[in-house]
Ligand binder design. Structure first.
Ligand SMILES: [Zn+2]
Length: 53
């Protein structure tokens, strides 16, 4: 099975979304789904560098 690399990035400027430091731990990164980038863009999920959904 191919490995999926998932990440959350701003769809406007491509900046990675900062994870939720309170909820994240060494095994699991938590991202707030309603968070908005400083540039005003939405954070969207990218799989292997491609926008998903
Ligand atoms: Zn942005």
């Amino acid at each position: 099975m191919a490995k999926l690399k998932m990440e959350f990035k701003c769809e406007k400027c491509g900046k990675p979304q900062p994870k939720n430091e309170k909820e994240s731990n060494g095994n699991w990164n938590v991202y707030d789904c309603n968070q908005v980038c400083k540039c005003g863009g939405k954070f969207v999920m990218y799989v292997n560098g491609k926008k998903a959904g």
